[in-house]
Unconditional design. Sequence first.
Length: 414
Amino acid sequence: MTRWALAALRRRAQRDLVLTCLLAAGVAVAIGAATLVPIAVMAVLAVFAVAYERWVRDVKVIARQMLRGRFRVHDAPASLSQRIEKRLAMVGQQQNGNLIVFRGRSPFVGSGGEVVDDHLVVNVALGRKKDGKRQPPIPFSTSDLHEALEAALKSMEFRDIRVGQRLYVNGEHVASDPRLLPHKLGPPVTDASAGLLRDGCSPGSEARTYVCAEIGGWKGQLVVSLFTRAVQSRGSLQVEWMFHILPPLNTNFLLVDRLYEQPVLWQISKALATGVVGFAPALVSAPVMLARYATLPFIEMAHELEQSYRIRRGYVFNYGSRRSIREAPISYRRPHDFVAGDALTFVVLGQHTLLRALGRFLKVHKVDMKQFASQEQTIINKVNKYNVDKINAQNVAVGNKPRASGDKKKSGPH
């Protein structure tokens, strides 16, 4: 979609360039010849320029390439600028990488609102009894447990699921580790090494490793994300996990699905009507918009030079990502019960898979299971109270007209 948006901006800039040339030529010739004929010719040509740009947008782009069943990712137009192509490639690598650099309070930017937040603590220094004797437990590293949880989540049979370990770090803390930020004037790396993932398992580390599972449904309209992390200290193990839900888009952003390819005569008449109505404002604003397009690269260059100057002199710069654009147009009104039902299903089955994998792992390492079993039952009792219209985990509800029962200060995702 970024490529389509850039192509639309280029097309509008080309239209404004044509209109600016028409305006300058028409006015100059009219003054020189002392006649209004050039003005009339300019107006007619401007009508066709505006109408053509509208026809390209409505017919060649929206109707032929954006309607349901016609959209293809590989049809997105390429940019003639190598700089833009390089930047788009970098963004793609960052989206697929395992290093997440965030700014602000929440590390899970782009994942929607939190709906479940739970944890348990187990004494892993206490071994289980066999024949009345306490056995010594088998030691394990946090990385070993993360790998076991990752493998269990990968075995979930969902059509659209992505599982892996990720390293989360605040954008103000990246500069302290050259493995995360090789060059202070460049972007952070896109992938964290295995060593960085192991370091992120340490208690109190600035960069923290989470096992993440993203479960998608309804062609990306619903995304449920699980983030879990284990920490060990002096024989005590804490495992925490959070579920975030990214709801469907607001229906205003799905209006293209209601469009259809119109008859040719209607397409032409609609484009010409747009040209007739809009050519005058477009002519007047074209020089201003063209000047804005011309100055934007210089403004951006000046901004980058200022940032570079301040970073070189010790300014604390935040390299983190801002709020995801996917989170901005969401709607908490479900299209129908199936979507809310699937959100509940993803949460319940994901949590069950996590607890089952954790229990198996502790048993294999001969840890006494009484403490784990007691906490597991408490968590299961919470799950049994979930329903489609309201998830009673903490304070965020899911469904139509959601209401929360927890802390009013955290009444919902935002």
